[in-house]
Design a protein around this ligand. Sequence first.
Ligand SMILES: *Cc1c(COP(=O)(O)O)cnc(C)c1O
Length: 479
Amino acid sequence: MSDMGSLDPQDWRAFRAFAHELLDAMLDRQQNADVGPVWRPVPEAVKKRLAEPPPQAPTPLKELRRELDACVLPYAVGNTHPRFWGWVHGSGTPGGALAEMVAATLNANCGGRDHGAIYLERAVVGWARDWFGLPGSANGLLVSGASIANLIGLAVARYRHGGERRVREDGPTGARLTVYASEHAHACIAKALETLGLGRAALRSVPVRADFAMDLAALAERIASDRTAGLRPIAVVATAGAVNTGAFDDIERIADLCARECLWLHVDGAFGALTRLAPELGELTRGVERADSLAFDFHKWLHVPYDAGCILVRDGELLPATFGGRPDYLANVGGLSGGEPWPADLGLELSRGNRALKVWWTIKEQGVRRLGEAIARNCAQAQRLAAALAAEPRIVVAAPVPLNIVCCRYVGEGLDAEALDALNAAIAVSLQERGVAVVSTTRIDERLCLRACITNHRTRDADLDLLVREIVAAGERLI
Ligand SMILES: *Cc1c(COP(=O)(O)O)cnc(C)c1O
């Protein structure tokens, strides 16, 4: 249907032809994901063009397409390319993109009500709950990513151990609440505590051992001394796959400690938790079934298109207790207003998109086994990369490689530590700017390193061989 007043196409035939052409262009791009530079800087002229004011009149589709081709498509992050290993990015799949098209077409508001997407979300949350061995009474929610999932997990911990209904009413009162996490915990944990009004100082940073896992003796001491000082410990965050090195905290032993100390166990398993899908990696997440809450991402190692994260809470009643309560205009009077419980009662968002469809589609299309195999393959590739780097006389592997992340440092002769930091940063930038590969950087023992995080189902071994050659060549050139 279409009429003159609506925003729908006036000429459906022309729109349909245009849409098919665009779909083919997107499929071409996905089929040729390895062609062209991994990344290229956005030229000043393009930035200027994108900063122009919006048009008052409609833009013809042909012209819109030209702008898309000129200003948008060439300047992607690069994480769909087989040689993208920066930060922790998923690679996406063509099927995931199709699911996004379907979801956008349905345009469901998934804050609640009785429609299909609500049941899809419940299905995928239930699958995840079973993967991690949480009980059937656990509940959960899809969110934009692990940052928000961690915030929600810690909000529930604050509710449960910080005064329940009183904390919703008055905010935290009385003794200062504290939360414990490894010094390699993700920065979003501190942000969450700031947002929850507990303050950054509520985060008690616990030292790590040589393998970058939390030092549990130090954790126990810190809790004891905080209690003595009159503070009120409420939760421990165990990291399952730390962002710097892929290190895993010992969840089982942290669960023992939390049981002894009556503390909430929150697991940040943003990418690492999904090693659970690879039978040979199952040991890493031992104890995760004892978590009170678990945050992880579908958009990282499961390659669901951005954005899709998940929070699971063991005691399903605690999510609506922390976030529930709806005003008159959202009351359930039956019919479409049913579908309890509404996701809006389990988290922060009311209007929210259909994240479930692309998650459901990806898992259905690929099957769990294949997704797990892709994760295991990335870990094997990281071992191979680490061995190849270690064999280079000018390269030092800077941290153990328990998972999919390799940190290394190019060490040229005659340079002091600061100059080497600058050299390694320059190597990363040079690889990026020449479009050869994307690695990011971090600091291990305070020294800047190149960091390759292989969450990429398109990476072939030859891509990693090329990375080693390119790091050596860039190091020799830039020194
Ligand atoms: C990526 C990451 C986060 C943050 O997740 P987003 O999806 O980027 O919000 C949190 N913790 C760890 C360990 C991560 O790797």
